[in-house]
Design a protein around this ligand. Structure first.
Ligand SMILES: Nc1nc2c(ncn2[C@@H]2O[C@H](COP(=O)(O)OP(=O)(O)OP(=O)(O)O)[C@@H](O)[C@H]2O)c(=O)[nH]1
Length: 388
């Protein structure tokens, strides 16, 4: 799965998806907040007509009409979000609208004793779920200012006598529905957020993979192979075990590009990288150093072992059957250096580079050791030359 694809909305709630504007699906943080807000809107669209019916049943028709009108306003907010994708403005309209509606209901249902006072808490919940801690605290502070004002107004006798027929029934329904609604919202909220965290984890994994791999060949890139080399240098110094650094260059690669075109050149690089990758040990590191040059780090290997191993690689690359080149073969030249104590990365790279240069100068399709004295196998002398 591609990185972009992994961030794309794949939710199971089709109604939420229907209301989410495309522009808010681009960033996971926006998407999660928008999903939370749409969830709150859908719950409000279910609860407000229900309350309208309850108030109508309890003979308070004016409050019932306020609830129906509130549901209509929520629908408008949902349409506005879909049309404008402006999350913060629509959120403030939506939460503000709910707040005003609740104050209206509180006015009509007895002031501070009204069950609607408790419902002011949902504004803080929606505010923080759809706008973060700041929005949540803003609506909490608003409630903390408004509730004492309602209390004071109640003491001053500002509120009219409620017309609800049965306050006890209203309280019962209100507490039950409040508990249920908050529970449903929190369950959906949890699912939305854990799904967003999973998506972010996945995206982070992909980003890490992309950051250390070469796109063309799929092997690790220059940065990663150099990081591995630096780490191996420290390990080797500490444990006094040898390691070899090999610079590998495809011979006459420019000719391949010129004769067969760049896409064929790319494919040849992929095939060579694939072949070498197949042959090395899991503890070694093989990466693209740049262009048609590769860097191979052979851990726990001295120059003798490294030369034998790389010679096998040279031979196996030269026997690669490349249909793209009309059956012609490609060869590689390799410069190998064994790490010396106290040597830094630039120094060992420079010695391997000189060895590679000597391999090219010596006619290509061969390996050259940066320090032949350590190479004891005279049988490889035909493919190995010494440089300083
Ligand atoms: N197709 C393809 N070509 C590349 C890529 N990176 C570098 N090259 C080509 O590799 C060629 C390297 O050419 P040179 O540096 O002259 O080396 P060479 O032709 O291999 O000659 P020697 O190394 O001396 O054997 C250039 O033509 C680059 O354009 C790549 O990712 N894809």
């Amino acid at each position: 799965m591609g990185l972009r694809q992994s961030l794309v909305y794949q939710r199971r709630f089709p109604l939420i998806r229907l209301l989410l504007p495309q522009a808010l699906l681009e960033r996971p943080s926006d998407m999660t907040r928008a999903e939370n807000m749409v969830t709150a809107m859908l719950l409000a669209l279910a609860v407000l007509p229900f309350y309208g019916a309850v108030y109508a049943f309890l003979t308070d028709h004016a409050t019932a009409r306020i609830c129906y009108f509130g549901a209509f306003c929520v629908a408008i907010c949902a349409a506005l979000l879909r049309a404008t994708a402006n999350l913060s403005v629509v959120r403030e309209c939506f939460v503000g609208g709910i707040f005003v509606l609740l104050v209206g209901i509180i006015y009509r249902t007895g002031g501070i004793v009204s069950p609607a006072v408790l419902w002011l808490g949902v504004c803080s919940i929606i505010g923080s779920a759809a706008g973060g801690a700041k929005a949540g605290w803003r609506w909490t502070a608003t409630s903390l200012v408004v509730v004492p004002l309602i209390y004071a107004a109640d003491l001053a006798g500002v509120f009219p006598q409620p017309v609800v027929r049965d306050m006890r029934a209203l309280n019962f329904i209100s507490i039950m529905s409040f508990t249920l609604l908050v529970a449903v919202f929190l369950v959906i909220y949890e699912r939305i957020n854990s799904s967003a965290i999973r998506k972010l984890d996945h995206a982070l994994g992909l980003i890490r993979t992309l950051a250390i791999h070469d796109e063309l060949t799929g092997i690790v890139n220059r940065r990663e192979v150099l990081r591995f080399a630096a780490q191996e240098m420290m390990r080797s110094t500490r444990s006094a075990t040898p390691f070899c650094l090999c610079l590998i260059d495809v011979d006459h690669f420019k000719r391949i590009n010129d004769m067969h075109g760049h896409p064929v050149g790319d494919e040849v690089l992929r095939r060579i990288a694939g072949k070498i990758k197949e042959d090395i040990r899991a503890t070694d590191c093989f990466g693209r150093y740049g262009g048609e040059e590769f860097l191979l780090i052979l851990t726990d290997t001295d120059l003798t072992g490294g030369a034998e191993f790389v010679e096998r690689i040279r031979q196996s690359v030269s026997t690669l059957h490349l249909t793209e080149l009309g059956g012609n073969t490609v060869t590689i030249s390799v410069g190998i250096a064994q790490h010396r104590q106290q040597e830094n990365l630039d120094q060992i790279l420079s010695r391997a580079d000189k060895a590679l240069y000597a391999a090219k100068a010596g006619g290509r399709n061969q390996i050259v050791l940066a320090d032949l004295a350590a190479f004891k196998d005279a049988r490889k002398a035909d493919t190995v030359a010494q440089i300083a």
